[in-house]
Design a protein around this ligand. Structure first.
Ligand SMILES: Cc1ncc(COP(=O)(O)O)c(C=O)c1O
Length: 442
């Protein structure tokens, strides 16, 4: 039996009406990948205000990894809200903040002593990771990578690579930020061999640091182990190992931004586990709160303790309701078989997407790690000219036929699959059938 059930054309009349009101009352800036207004969501199914049901391959931008509104998470939220809705950890601390910090310290990569800070959003986690690294090293420079996305607040936006739309009209940006090339094998000029790309890319990183910045001035290097907004490109293990070695040798804090790759998105709780690297600090958000706004910076205890008392924190960070949701999310990973789901979803996605890459010339590359999979669309396989128009057309075909699919990539030519890991195989197959029908129309 199919899950997708479209009772109206998409967007339906109620969604259209609401979109008019949205245009009138809400700032233009926030973008909508899918122009339908959601009324409820459960698991991998979204219902809109016109009564249409969609299959979700976006998980609210990689947040609902455990699915929309799992019962245990909802119950934890309800119970916590009835007890303490807000405390303010800076005013009166509460046990669950400490409990969750201990869980994060235990589960993140690295077998050294760790400490955690809870905040509200991915951008805020990135801002704090940089503040902590600067306080620890007493240095200022931060090195980031091309195609990286780290958020929309000033430091996070400065670290973000793509100009349009993220940086248009918002300058000046923060000083002391330097950008190195990312080992994007598919688009590396002379070779796509991951080992050669790693070597060449690392050489350019070293040149940048040594010749333009000075290693002794670098507080932190920040990298997404798998590019998220940049188009789901995994950094080769070899590259990350060299980066780790360089940072250790030069007293630089290595920050892994696992905001999008975390919480089973790549098949392990964190991508760094698979890629064999132990960062000094890790930033978390999205799947951490199971839908509640929650983010964290976790890392080596001595680094995390560098800022003075009162130097970091905030009014809402680690809100007790969001913390309760997060503890329930961890339960689903530790006891609820969520990583088994991730493996199943990853295998199904990989076999379909890689099969399509052989059949449809519009696909330049199918790639990803575990269930974090993507298709890069091109106009010509030889020139690799990005096909932004086809990617937008595919996303549109999908929502008009009941599937929510996101695009990504510096050139806007990547279709990214961020299915809730709780999606059933039948639902995923149904959604992928729609995507394949869309590919056939391109
Ligand atoms: C890797 C990465 N870092 C940081 C962010 C920013 O997170 P937020 O939107 O919660 O500020 C995102 C959001 O997409 C992200 O994917």
């Amino acid at each position: 039996m199919s899950t997708i059930n479209l009772k109206t054309q998409v967007p339906g009349p109620k969604s259209k009406e609401l979109m008019e009101l949205r245009r009138k009352h809400v700032a233009r800036g926030p973008f909508h990948a899918t122009p339908v207004f959601m009324s409820r969501a459960k698991g991998a199914v979204i219902e809109d205000v016109d009564g249409n049901t969609f299959l979700d391959l976006a998980a609210g931008l990689g947040v609902a990894n455990v699915g929309h509104a799992p019962e245990t998470v909802v119950k934890a939220i309800q119970d916590a809200a009835a007890k303490v809705l807000h405390a303010g950890f800076n005013v009166t601390p509460y046990e669950s903040y400490v409990t969750l910090s201990a869980v994060i310290n235990r589960t993140t990569p690295g077998s050294f002593a760790k400490k955690t800070l809870l905040v509200n959003s991915g951008s805020e986690a990135v801002e704090n990771a940089v503040k902590i690294a600067r306080a620890f090293t007493n240095r200022q420079a931060v090195v980031c990578f091309e195609h990286g996305f780290h958020g929309r607040t000033y430091m996070a936006m400065t670290l973000t690579s793509k100009v349009k739309p993220y940086k248009v009209g918002f300058g000046p940006f923060n000083p002391e930020v330097y950008r190195a090339p990312f080992p994007y094998a598919y688009r590396w000029p002379n070779t796509s061999d991951p080992s050669k790309v790693s070597q060449e890319c690392f050489k350019r990183f070293e040149e940048l640091v040594n010749n333009q910045v000075g290693a002794a001035n670098v507080a932190a290097v920040i990298i997404e182990p798998v590019l998220g907004e940049g188009g789901f490109v995994a950094a080769p293990r070899e590259f990350l190992a060299k980066l780790r070695e360089f940072c250790t040798a030069n007293g630089i804090v290595l920050i892994a931004d696992e905001i999008q790759t975390g919480f089973g998105r790549t098949g392990t709780l964190f991508a760094c586990e698979q890629l064999g690297v132990e960062p000094d600090l890790i930033t978390l958000a999205k799947g951490l709160g199971g839908g509640m706004p929650l983010a964290a910076v976790c890392g080596r205890a001595e680094i995390m303790d560098a800022p003075v008392e009162g130097g970091i924190g905030g009014t809402y960070g680690g809100n007790p309701v969001a913390v309760a949701a997060s503890l329930a999310v961890f339960e689903l990973f530790e006891k609820g078989g969520m990583l088994t789901n991730a493996k199943r979803v990853g295998e199904l996605l990989q076999s379909r997407l890689r099969g399509w890459a052989e059949k449809y010339p519009v696909i330049g590359e199918a790639r990803g790690l575990g269930p974090m999979q993507a298709l890069e669309l091109v106009k010509d396989r030889a020139t690799k000219e990005p096909n932004r128009e086809a990617t937008a057309a595919l996303a549109r075909y999908c929502y008009e036929h009941g599937v929510v699919l996101l695009t990504a990539g510096t050139y806007g030519n990547v279709a990214r699959f961020l299915a809730p890991l709780a999606i059933t195989s039948e639902q995923l197959t149904e959604a992928l059938d729609v995507v394949e029908a869309g590919l056939k129309t391109l």
